[in-house]
Structure formats: C-alpha cells, structure tokens
Design a protein around this ligand. Structure first.
Ligand SMILES: [Zn+2]
Length: 201
C-alpha cells in the first residue's frame, strides 16, 4: 500500500509540475519541472516569490546567442526595453552585451520572463540562471508579483525565445494583455508592487 501511495504521490507531483504547461510538444526547449517558491531559498534569503523552472535546452545548448544569425537584432527589435537590464556587467545594456557576446538560451528566457511581467504592469526584476548537474539543463529562476502571471511568463518567455531563434513573427502584446487579464481576475495573488522588487537584473 505504501508503494502505491508513493507512486500516486510521485505521479501527482509530476502532473502538478507539468499541468500549467500546455505546449510541451514540438518545443525546442522543454520544461522538466516548474515550482513556485514562497520563502527563503538557495537563490535568495530576501526574495521570497520566485518561479524555479528546470529547463532543458536540447540542441540549443550547442547554440549560444552569438551563433544564431540575427538573434540579437530580433530580440532588440521585439523587446527594446531589455536594454535596461544590467545583468552581470552591472550597467544598462549589460544584458544586451551578454547576448552579443554569447549567452545560453535559459539566461535569455529568464530576462524575457522578467521583462514581459514588467511590461504588463507587474514590475519585478530578480533572476538567476544556473546549469544543473545535467549538461544542457538549467535552473531558470525569476521573481514574480502574481504567481499565476509568473507561471504564464515562464511559458510565454520560452515561446518568445523560440520564435526569435526561428525568426518567426511574434505578437508580444497578446501575452501582455493575457497577463493583465489574469492580474485583474486574480488580485488576491498579487502582492503589493514595491520598488524593492526592481533591481538586481
Ligand atoms: Zn542576466
């Protein structure tokens, strides 16, 4: 009986991890798990509202951004406000410099997930991306104001990054509208927007 319960629990966890992700098929990248963290974590003692997504880059692991023709130009055209992300260089334009020099797609997904939340009116800006013990699989972590919007942003950011890789047209406004609708319907899950949420990217 205990084994059965363990199996059911495992399946439940797997289902729960996959449930919010409607479009896993035919992706370039796949979400292996997604968790909502609501407290101190290995990522931060003070940032208590974080999405942690385990993301498998598959073949894109072999394709840092500087090896994808036109990737930076398309990213800059679709989301020019990413210029404000300082990233590790610590200055405005720092993230764009990393993209030009070559960074991995998990890191790009992190920054897009943060920026589309901000553009939708849920201003937030803490993120980290680290490779796991499995090559090509990353923990992508980013802050949220509203949990449901954060989860939406995770999948939308992957859609956007993949469209940029393929040079497909992408209507980002539809995502922003959808996040605003979620926010209006779900104000109880939105914490007060604070200037403290807007740094460190
Ligand atoms: Zn960064």
């Amino acid at each position: 009986m205990l084994n059965v319960i363990n199996v059911i629990n495992t399946l439940h966890i797997q289902f729960k991890n996959y449930a919010p992700i409607p479009l896993l098929l035919q992706r370039m990248m796949t979400i292996e798990s997604i968790e909502v963290l609501n407290g101190p974590s290995v990522w931060s003692d003070t940032r208590h509202k974080l999405i942690q997504m385990r993301l498998n880059l598959h073949e894109l692991e072999q394709c840092p951004t500087n090896t994808i023709p036109g990737f930076f130009e398309r990213l800059n055209k679709l989301i020019p406000t990413l210029y404000s992300h300082r990233c590790s260089p610590g200055v405005a334009g720092g993230f764009f410099e990393r993209v030009k020099e070559g960074t991995w797609m998990g890191h790009v997904v992190e920054h897009i997930a943060l920026e589309i939340q901000t553009l939708a009116g849920f201003d937030t800006g803490f993120g980290r991306t680290r490779e796991t013990e499995t090559p090509g699989t990353y923990n992508v972590v980013f802050s949220f104001i509203n949990e449901d919007i954060g989860i939406y942003a995770a999948t939308a950011a992957i859609n956007i990054a993949e469209a940029l890789v393929r040079s497909d047209r992408y209507e980002i406004e539809k995502d922003l509208d959808q996040m605003r609708i979620i926010g209006r319907c779900d104000v109880s899950k939105s914490s007060k927007i604070s200037a403290n949420n807007v740094d460190l990217i």
